[in-house]
Structure formats: structure tokens, C-alpha cells
Design a protein around this ligand. Sequence first.
Ligand SMILES: C[S@@+](CC[C@H](N)C(=O)[O-])C[C@H]1O[C@@H](n2cnc3c(N)ncnc32)[C@H](O)[C@@H]1O
Length: 238
Amino acid sequence: MSSAVFVCPEESAFYTQCLQLFFSIYCDAISEVHEFGSGDGVPMVNAIRQSSFKGMIHGYEVNDASWSQANLLIQRCQIEKRYCVHLASFFDICVQPSNCALVTNPPYLPALTDTVLYMKELYGGEDGAMISRKLLSLGYRTVLLMVSSFSNPVELLRFAAEQGYAVSDFLVTPLPFGLYSSQPEVKTQIFELYRKHRAFFSEHYYLLAGVIFRKTERVDMELTVNLMNIMQSLRRSS
Ligand SMILES: C[S@@+](CC[C@H](N)C(=O)[O-])C[C@H]1O[C@@H](n2cnc3c(N)ncnc32)[C@H](O)[C@@H]1O
């Protein structure tokens, strides 16, 4: 199963909605976008079709089945001049973050090790936020990051503020636990995080936020604190 393509239509559709919000705000201000983990390319292609963003989007994907599906889709839609997915680890490329924005629905599954996962490319470290922290350390001025309520969201938002990021906008949705997050090894770790107040969810749902971060001289914490409160709001009844 490790060579399988990431499939979660509800999550990918919400990522598309967040990309649309992002493009509606930054359409004219940004000329190049980098995408970490493009998957099969569907979320970005759907967002591009409904946006007037004229710049170039470079996606990076390590899973070769996903990469080839994404580029087939791009060719079919004839948008090669707007979106290209490269087969490479994002962390191996030489990024020039200063003039570009970063967008991503990153791997955020918490587990003790990646070897236990159905799809090891979805591993987010022991607390699920390891890749997100790494991405927020790269120096991009503008970032759209999907943040899960079961992946240590409060400490992640605090980390973002320490890196000089203010939350400038967000969308939040409840998502049911799916194929990947219901895997027993993942669920056990999510419960462990819940016990330590580092994961928040109800019986069947967790929250996913699409968060737009901007680097600023003085970080205004108002929306960061509001979002921290929202991300902690789901509870189990027992
Ligand atoms: C949660 S999925 C999101 C896929 C797609 N963007 C979506 O929302 O449907 C995360 C993706 O990141 C990819 N990925 C993991 N590590 C990566 C890395 N170092 N560089 C590039 N892509 C990576 C995975 O293969 C996976 O396709």
C-alpha cells in the first residue's frame, strides 16, 4: 500500500477551497507558488480553474504514482504553463522563498514511526506536526498550511508565531476520521496526544484548518489565539 496515491476526497476538496481563498487574496501580489506534496494534482488543478492567478505553480511530490497522475491531469487540462509537478522531495530542492509563497496540505499523521503507516509519506512525526514545523522554518513570507486538530495544533501555532508568522486568515471544517487517521497505530498515538492535551477531537470528527500565515515584524497574536481556541474546541463525550 505504500506506493498508493493519497485518497481522501473530502480533505482534498477542502484544500481546494482554501487554495481558492488564498488565490483570491494573493492573485496579484505573488508571481510564483511552491506546493509541498501535490498528490494527484486534483486539488490544485480545481483551484487553478476557478482562479485568475496568472503566475506559475511548482508542485513537488515524492510518490511517483501521484506525480505521474498529476502531470497527466495537467496535460489533459492544458495548464502546463501554470502548474508543473516535479518528482522530488521538497526538502532536497534549492528553494528561493523570498518572492514565492508556499502552499501545502502536508503529511500530518502522528505515529511512533513511519514504518507502521499504510502510506509512510503521510508521516508527521510523533506529534504529527514535524513536517509543518520544518516548512515554517524555511523563511517563506506567505504560507497556506493545513493544520489538523489532532496534530499538536496549539504548539504548532505557537511555533509559527516564534518564527515571525501572524495568522492573517483561516477556514476550518470538521472532517470524519478516515482511512489513514483510523489506522490503529495512528489512533493509539492520537489518543496518547489527547491525554497530553496535544490532540483535540470528538467521537468521530477532528478539525482541519487552512491557515494563511504572513511573516511580519511584530506578530499580532489576535487571530492566532482565536484559532488556538477553535482548534481545542472538540471534545469526546466520555
Ligand atoms: C496529505 S497528502 C496531500 C496530497 C494533496 N495535496 C491533497 O491534498 O490531496 C501529502 C502529500 O505529501 C507528499 N509528500 C510527503 N513527503 C514529501 C516530500 N518530502 N516532498 C514532497 N512531497 C512529499 C505525499 O506523498 C502526499 O502525496
